[in-house]
Design a protein around this ligand. Sequence first.
Ligand code: ATP
Length: 510
Amino acid sequence: MTDFKKIISHAKEYGFVFPSSEIYDGLSAVYDYAQNGAALKKNIRDYWWKAMVQLHGNIVGIDAAIFMHPTTWKASGHVDAFNDPLIDNKDSKKRYRADVLVEDYCAKIESKIDKEVAKAQKRFGETFDKKQFLATNPRVLGYQEKIDAILKRLGKSLEKEDLQDVKDLIEELEIVCPESGSRNWTDVKQFNLMFGTKLGASADSAMDLYLRPETAQGIFVNFLNVQKTGRMKVPFGIAQTGKAFRNEIVARQFIFRMREFEQMEMQFFVPPGTQKEWYEQWKATRLKWHLSLGMGEKNYRFHNHEKLAHYADAAADIEFKFPFGFKELEGIHSRTDFDLGSHEKYSGKKLQYFDPERNENYVPYVVETSIGLDRMFLAVFSWALREETLDDGSSRTVLKLPSVLAPTKLAVLPLVKKDGLPELAHQIVDSLKWEYATSYDEKDAVGRRYRRQDALGTPFCVTVDHQSLEDNTVTLRDRDTMEQVRVKIDELHHTLDAKLNIKHWLQKIQ
Ligand code: ATP
């Protein structure tokens, strides 16, 4: 996998992601999507929306406002409990998430395990049995035991809000500040992640508001409106994509952890008692969605939560192998009737469903799937970016995006800028642009243009040459194999459709 710095610089150089307000030196953990990035992001969002809403007769989509009545956040628990434990280093004056410091420490032990595995793999060659090695090697077992003990203690102290013990743990593990290298820590404190703002002009009538830290609550408060107006029968789902805001203490790793980001969430309302089955079903369905993009089964894993939020009776993350290791990409949570129940209490309005089959009223249970659009962007982008050595010894940079997500599907290139080739190339663009994002490029030698399209992730290039004028054929070049085939202009659409039509991709999920 490509080096992380290379990923960030490629994203900038090729017009995918820019630091926000860069002429003023940027704003920490805020990013702008550029011409190609906005298209890639939109394609990911569409792929999600089609899979979730269009393909499910019982899921509908909404678009709720970012501002919500402030009581929403009391009811959801965010005012009281949406906190991260933070700790400052007195020498560097840097602020850290205390839990992340401990988790990073464990990740270092985990990389020692990986090293042991790599060593043994080399030694035993083909006969190496990784599973058995992990289960029996005393050194590996020792490392794993240590990790488990540390994470268990961290989980317990966070659950009991025993912040002193979190600090004790950091001190006992002799964790140093990555910046100053010192162990001169402050106490651990809770820090609320919501951004506050004000609604209204005059100081005395202004109302304190929050920018939403998740999109889910816009769905819960609209549960009854949607159920009634859409005549929805439980089980059914409501999906939404939109911005969320969190004042993250440690915002780093590019677009992995941002202060303004976008979520794609779906809340699925089910009869009480059936949530476990639905939870398992949604775990499987969401993994299939990821796998349909062809980014390799081995790059995904489930992480089942031991420590559950107070409202959940089961939770798991789908983790992806980012350049900095396996990390959460999507969460699947069985949230019980906590949210609707709590909004009932705070609003005084009934948020119940009459189930004709059970002949009773109840507050539905909720299974949610929640994925960060920006994090998915990073997963796709970092997986796709490759440095390849070619047969002739030269190298190329190629962005092997799943073609259904590529910002531009096709670039049409006249071999030279004369003899009527540009005109024919424009005609081809004009006939295909209705269906595919198609670009035209006539600058530089054709080899350089291919490289430019490779770096942008364009799956196909069509080259128009002198022969095209005679027999109406063009060369179609495949980004991944670099193979070139001669096809009739009339057949281009048919050939491309087999590779690019979103239908063929989505059918893999079912
Ligand atoms: P983390 O543990 O990484 O902070 P979380 O468990 O708080 O994430 P959720 O509240 O479950 O995350 O949000 C659902 C999804 O939203 C996450 O799986 C992630 O993809 C995305 N997400 C959450 N916080 C951010 C952020 N600051 N920047 C980008 N994406 C985010």
